[in-house]
Structures are given as structure tokens and as C-alpha cells.
Design a binder for this molecule. Sequence first.
Ligand code: HEC
Ligand code: HEC
Length: 354
Amino acid sequence: MSKYRKLSFVCAVTASFVAAPAYAEKFGLGRTAHADEIAAWDKNVSPDGVGLPTGSGSVEVGEELFSDYCAICHGDFAEGVDNWPKLSGGADTLDHEDPLKTVGSFWPYLSTTWDYINRSMPFGNAQTLEPDEVYAVVAYILYSNDLVEEDFVLSSDNFLDVEMPNRDGFILDDRAETEYAIFSKPPCMVDCKDSVEITMRAAVLDVTPEETRARQIQEMIKATNPNARYTDTEEPVAAEPAAETGELDPALVAAGEKAFKKCKACHQVGEGAKNKTGPVLNGVVNGVAGSSEGFRYSKPMMTAAADGLIWNDEELAAFLKKPRNYMKGTKMSFAGFRKEGDIVAVIAYLKSFP
Ligand code: HEC
Ligand code: HEC
């Protein structure tokens, strides 16, 4: 399991940090990390509860937080949206051919859930939750797995009382003694087959990346449309018609900033924004679709871009209402805004980043 390995890797790095002065001196590089720097970074929470901060959070509060920060990818009930991980379900499937491994069905210790979420979620906006909030979402995930009742409150006091269903499902890895000898015969390196023939080509299997084609289309857009949001063009990029930006209603922009919380997991805007799961959205309104430098768009998005799609208010509103209906096959896994007002507001907010 990679996440358990990751945790032990972190411990190993901690150990080497402590031993670092010798290296620093030997190579004349860097400096020894201060204790508070290590403490800020070393947030391990172990199965025995070591590292767990004091605090608590209820299922009730967790449900609200989960709906705001997690449901967009993991579903309202932690059941998972599309291919984003499912965090609930799968009980009693571990001995099936295709088991469903979730926090509830598979993870042996609750501390791993706490540590993982505290360290890396919400995806794209990691380490923004307070300890009490982490307790609350962990409580909610337990509830989604039918492991606690709806009035449950998880805290640093009762944390170790929670027993995960699969706590005894792991065994020590003894393959080095039991299996290695059987599988480690000297490998054949020459003339291993009598005849060799090619049965399938990568192009046919459709595993060859279409980087070149995507790049060609981007070049083409760049050559024909001055509004394309490239940063590496030789000529200065033509400015947007600025009139509209001047007339933005500040209250609407503020409402849009709030609605943009739903987008933040995948998109950045503003100065220093980078492509994440989704492309940078600076200048997206009235800009050419599919033109954020270096972002790998889906085929349908690139096709629409090549056909000259411009994200004006109407197109953008239609897209944000139901991305998948508007553009079949888009990579954007966002269900869509239910409220028309959110769409108008978010577009106004995006306009404030020309
Ligand atoms: C933008 C999408 C997104 C959002 C929002 C998000 N996650 Fe995740 N989450 C992921 C992805 C992707 C992974 C798998 C990461 C990996 O395997 O490296 C993941 C993995 C997890 C896992 C581990 C699941 C497993 O079985 O390996 C947990 C637990 C989790 N997320 C909890 C949360 C919580 C709690 C929140 C809200 C505070 C949240 N996530 C918000 C995308 C998201
Ligand atoms: C789960 C991740 C995710 C969320 C949440 C999300 N997006 Fe996206 N978005 C993407 C991806 C991925 C693409 C690229 C789509 C493609 O290539 O088909 C995209 C594309 C776009 C585009 C087209 C950009 C371009 O360069 O042509 C716009 C506009 C956009 N998103 C706006 C939004 C807004 C506004 C929200 C919030 C309401 C949002 N997105 C929420 C992942 C996301």
C-alpha cells in the first residue's frame, strides 16, 4: 500500500534530517533545519495517537464541511464522483476479485485518515483545515461508512476507541523468506523465445499521447487569434476590451468570489496562478477556449478551440450550468451550478482577472 510506505518514508527523512549536519559540513551546502521548521513539517499522526492534536468535531459539522470542501470530488455521501476516490462502502468486498478498498472497508487505523486529510486534502488546497475541522470530516467519513451514529463527536479523547473493521486484515510481509526463492530463478536474457512477432502497435491501442497534435492546435490558435492567453508570444498580447472591466459591480464580484470556492479545488486565478487539475482562468472571459499555456486539455476542448470557441458570457454560462451536457467528454468533472445567480456572479468575478 503506497500510503503506508509514504508514511515510513517520511519517518526515514526525519531521521536523516537529524543526521544532516555531517553532510552539510562535508559538502558545504545548506544549513541544518531548525527544530521549529522540522516541527512545522513533521505532522505524522501514528496509530497509537502520537502526534494527534487536542480537539474535536461532530458528524453534524463534518457533514457541512464535507459538502463545502470535499463533496465535489468525493460525493455528498463520500461515495465518490466519477473516478475520484470513494471514501465509503466496500464492506465485505476485500475477498472479492475486484474489491472496493475505502477508508471504511480497508484502512486499518483511523489515524491514517486523520493524517492523510490533515496533510493533503482538500486536493489542490491542502493544509487549509483546522484540527477541529479535520476531526469533524473524519467523523463524517466514519458516519458515511455506518461506523458511528449521527450524533457522534470524534475527539482526541475517544479517538483510540474507534476500531476500524479491517484492523486485523493486515499480515507481516514474509515473502522474502517464503516466496522469494521460488520466484527468483535466474532470468532468461538471450534467445528466450523461438519466434517473435509483433501482434499489436501502440498507435492502434491508442496509448500514444497526442501531445504533438495538441501543440499544433495551440500554435495555430496563437497565430490566428491575438486574444489567446499565451505568455510566451513575441508580440505583446492584445488587451481585452477594457470597458467591461471598469463597470463590474463590486457586490456581484464579491458574490462570485464566494461561488468560486467550488472551482478553487481545480482552478487558480490572479497573480502567480498556475495550472492545476484545471487550467489557469486569468483572462478566460472573452478569451479563446483551450488556450492556457501548457495545460493538457481534453480532445473535445481542443476541437472546440480549433473551431473558434470564445468564452463570452453566453457560452460560459451554458458551460458552467452543466459542463458535461455543454461539451460531451470534457475533462472538467464539475456537475454544474444549480443557481443561475452563481453563474452570473462567478463570471463577473472571472472578469475581474482580465
Ligand atoms: C478536487 C478533488 C478533491 C477534493 C476537493 C478533495 N479530494 Fe480527497 N482525494 C482526491 C484525489 C485525487 C485523491 C487520491 C489522491 C492520491 O491517490 O494521491 C483523494 C484521496 C482522498 C483520501 C484517500 C482515499 C483513499 O482511499 O486512498 C481521503 C481520505 C480524502 N481524499 C479525503 C478528502 C477530504 C476529507 C476532502 C475535503 C476536506 C477531500 N478529500 C477533498 C481528490 C479530492
Ligand atoms: C474537479 C476539477 C474542476 C472543478 C471543480 C472545476 N473545473 Fe473548470 N476545468 C477543469 C478541467 C480539467 C478543465 C479542462 C477541460 C477540458 O479540457 O475539457 C476545466 C476547464 C474550465 C474552463 C475552460 C478554460 C479554458 O481555458 O478554456 C473554464 C472557463 C472553467 N473550467 C471554469 C470553471 C469554473 C468557473 C468552475 C467553478 C464553478 C470550475 N471550472 C470548476 C476542472 C475543474
